[in-house]
Design a protein around this ligand. Structure first.
Ligand code: KIV
Length: 260
């Protein structure tokens, strides 16, 4: 099982595999296979079908993190800190402490670069492991008027490198880079010593993360360019459900072998 230290030491090694999970059933399928399970606030969209991640609360994240921990006892688990849960150091420490006290997650994730480094520092000096998250940050979707791919200009790349360095300096053990032009993500990754985990950030980060329902074709709201669907989950479920409905209505289920 990976630890915070082993992840920190995995810069430029075999790419890290992170996937999201929101419940014990799915986390038990991913347990011992992936390096990290992220209980992302993406659950607000892919699990609750809300239009963005902003209405997820600490209580919601704690509830789902407990479930994920129950299903995956041998995988490093990270709990996403939701929007509004870390607006100042005191609030961040109180809420991140809840994650350690009420769940078995090993770390929290915080969106924000240079401007949030003081928050990350407060957590890490108080023994809470932090995964950073820079680039396209979904918690900024309303204030920025949409999801904007980053790293398109020299100035933006310079800012992203500053963000990555500040997050590293504040003590984060790794950083998610989301929605960044591949060449820029490579440059950002090379500018720091902790591993980077990309999503929509090309192939040159130290690992990749996907939201499970995107990766397995269960989320049909929209499909961003960076998503690869490894199976057509919703189609498989629909077909199986149709078979079940047909068999119940035609009395072919239950058959003898399903009957006491
Ligand atoms: O909430 C989430 O699932 C995330 C990943 C997309 C990195 O933040």
């Amino acid at each position: 099982m990976q630890t915070i230290t082993s992840i920190k030491n995995s810069k430029s090694k075999t790419p890290l595999v992170m996937i999201t999970a929101y419940d014990a059933l799915f986390s038990s399928l991913f347990d011992k296979k992936v390096d990290i399970i992220l209980v992302g606030d993406s659950l607000n969209m892919s699990f609750n079908l809300k239009k963005d991640t902003l209405s997820a609360t600490m209580d919601t994240m704690i509830y789902h993190t407990k479930a994920v921990c129950a299903g995956a006892k041998d995988t490093l688990i990270v709990c996403d800190m939701p929007f509004g849960a870390y607006t100042d150091e005191k609030m961040a420490l109180k809420n991140a402490s809840r994650v350690y006290q009420e769940t078995n997650a090993q770390a929290v994730k915080i969106e924000g670069g240079e401007k949030r480094a003081h928050i990350i520092k407060t957590l890490t000096v108080n023994s809470i492991a932090v995964m950073g998250h820079i680039g396209l940050m979904p918690q900024f979707v309303r204030s920025e008027g949409g999801y904007k791919v980053r790293g398109k200009s020299k100035e933006d790349i310079e800012q992203l490198i500053k963000d990555a360095k500040a997050v590293e300096e504040a003590g984060a053990f790794c950083i998610v880079i989301e929605g960044v032009i591949a060449e820029a993500a490579k440059e950002i990754s090379q500018s720091i010593n902790i591993p980077t985990i990309g999503i929509g950030a090309g192939a040159d980060t130290d690992g990749q993360v996907l939201v499970w329902s995107d990766a397995f074709g269960f989320f049909n709201g929209f499909k961003p360019k960076f998503v690869k669907q490894y199976m057509e989950g919703s189609k498989l479920i629909e077909n199986a459900l149709d078979d079940y409905i047909k068999e119940v209505r035609s009395r072919t289920f239950p058959a003898k072998e399903h009957t006491y």
